[in-house]
Structure formats: C-alpha cells, structure tokens
Design a binder for this molecule. Structure first.
Ligand SMILES: Nc1ncnc2c1ncn2[C@@H]1O[C@H](COP(=O)(O)OP(=O)(O)OP(=O)(O)O)[C@@H](O)[C@H]1O
Ligand SMILES: [Mg+2]
Length: 249
C-alpha cells in the first residue's frame, strides 16, 4: 500500500504569552493509505495537537508532514469528528450531513441523495428529519460520522469521538466504525483514551508519552476481524499498552 501521510521529525512548540509549551518532539510515523491508526497516551501528550497538525489547522514548529508526498495544507478533503462534535442545532440530521456539500455547491437533489446514503450507513435514515436536540448522544455522533464521510474525504480524523458515550453505545459505534472503514477504505487516524477501543480498532497503535509529547512505541495489531475483546491475546496487548503508557520514567 502506498504511503498516505509521512510525519518526519515533527516538533510542535506553542508559544504562549506565559511560556513555551513543548507539545510534540521528534514524531516520526509513515501512515499507509487505508490504514486505521490509533493514538493513545496520557492527557497532554500531544494527541489532539497531532490531529490538528494533520488537519492543517495548526502550524508545525519543525519537521515535515507530507500528504501524498506533498507538504500538508489545510485545503485537502478530510472528515473531522471530535468529541461532542457540535452539529448545527437549527439543521435537521440530513441537513447537517448535507452542509459541506451545500457549501461546495453540490446540487440539492444530489446532496440529499448522498446524505441519505451516509445516514443509512450509520443506520439513521429513519431519523433524517429530526433536529439534533431530538436525537440521543450516540445518534448525534453517528450524524457527525455521516457528515464527516459525506464528502468522501481522503482522511478521517477522529478525536475521542465516542468518549462521552456509555459503554454499550460506544461498542456499537466501534463496530459501526470498523464497518464503515472496511466499506470505504479511508485512512483513519483515531485518538482515544480507551485502550480496548484502540486494540479493537487499530491496525497499529501509537503510544505517546508526555513532556514533551513523543512516541514511546508503535504496536502492530494483526488480530483478525471481527476482534474479540475478551480473547487472552487481546487483553494481553491492552495490558502491554497500559504499561507502555504508565511506566516510562
Ligand atoms: N492552543 C494551545 N496553546 C498553547 N498550548 C497548547 C495549545 N493546545 C495544546 N497545548 C498544550 O500542548 C500540550 C498537548 O496538548 P494536547 O491537547 O495536544 O494533548 P492531548 O494528548 O490531546 O491531551 P488530552 O488527552 O487531555 O486531550 C499540552 O501541554 C497543552 O497544554
Ligand atoms: Mg486531546
């Protein structure tokens, strides 16, 4: 598989009025096209910063990030799903999914058709005409996923997208995420605190440690899918990642 994203010697220092915050140091990762990469690590180790850099939202202090061999910019097609992603409350579910296409002047019939297709993918076609306040938290996150996918982005950037949800809903959305990923073949970069989630979803799990945020280890997860979160090997891997995160001093 070709390399989709190359991260080389990346450093990020935020220059705040009070002091400089060293968020990322010497980060190197090659992400293959169609790969599902999970980022884990303690709070403050730079996961969101890296996602924002990959979105082109945050400037690089040092090093290089390439997308398809070219330096990354903000204007490539990406889908972004953050924790408690704000849907537009004045738009229905389907209008929320249509929004990006509307901005880009996709004709109304066409964008409605595409939006319904993605609502179907996240199993919400019956709820297309409801406003966000009438949907549950899990349903809103599914709308956010549909919205992120509707423009057929090359890359999907997800930052603890299901973190605020109860365990059952989160598991349901994990299954859905794998399903969508297998159907759409997107490159997915997924931040989570939940190690079981990382081992369930990822082809690789990148373990970060803080001060400054840097990579401790990159683990390849090659358990066949669908994965069994109760299998001994699965739990062993989860435990190993937990140790990598915690015992690094
Ligand atoms: N806009 C900003 N200005 C200054 N410092 C920032 C900014 N954003 C993040 N930081 C700092 O960079 C470091 C990494 O933050 P980041 O949000 O990337 O961590 P994280 O791994 O996503 O943490 P969490 O798991 O809590 O979400 C922290 O020390 C934080 O204070
Ligand atoms: Mg974060």
């Amino acid at each position: 598989m070709p390399t989709k994203i190359q991260i080389q010697n990346l450093r990020k220092v935020y220059d705040t009025p009070e002091r400089k915050v060293h968020a990322l140091e010497n980060v190197n990762i090659d992400i293959q096209d169609g790969e599902f990469i999970c980022l884990v690590g303690l709070s403050g180790c730079g996961k969101t910063t890296l996602l924002n850099i990959l979105a082109g939202f945050v400037e690089i202090t040092h090093g290089d990030v390439y997308m398809d061999g070219k330096p990354i910019t903000e204007d490539y097609d990406k889908g972004v799903v953050f924790q408690e992603y704000a849907l537009f409350p004045w738009l229905t579910a389907v209008q929320n999914v249509e929004y990006g296409m509307k901005i880009r002047n996709v004709p109304p019939d066409e964008r409605k058709r595409i939006a319904m297709e993605f609502l179907r993918l996240v199993r919400l076609e019956e709820f297309a005409d409801l406003f966000p306040h009438s949907l549950s938290g899990g349903m809103r996150q599914r709308v956010a996923v549909a919205r992120a996918l509707a423009f057929d982005p090359q890359v999907l950037l997800m930052d603890e997208p299901f973190g605020a949800l109860d365990a059952q809903t989160r598991e349901e959305l994990q299954d859905l995420t794998v399903d969508v990923w297998q159907k759409t073949k997107k490159t997915v970069i997924y931040v989570t605190h939940n190690l079981a989630e990382a081992v369930f979803l990822g082809n690789r799990v990148v373990v970060f440690i803080p001060n400054p945020g840097r990579i401790r280890e990159i683990l390849t997860i090659d358990f066949p899918r669908p994965r069994d979160a109760l299998a001994p090997e699965f739990i062993k891997t989860q435990r190993r990642i937990n140790e990598l995160i915690r015992d690094w001093k």
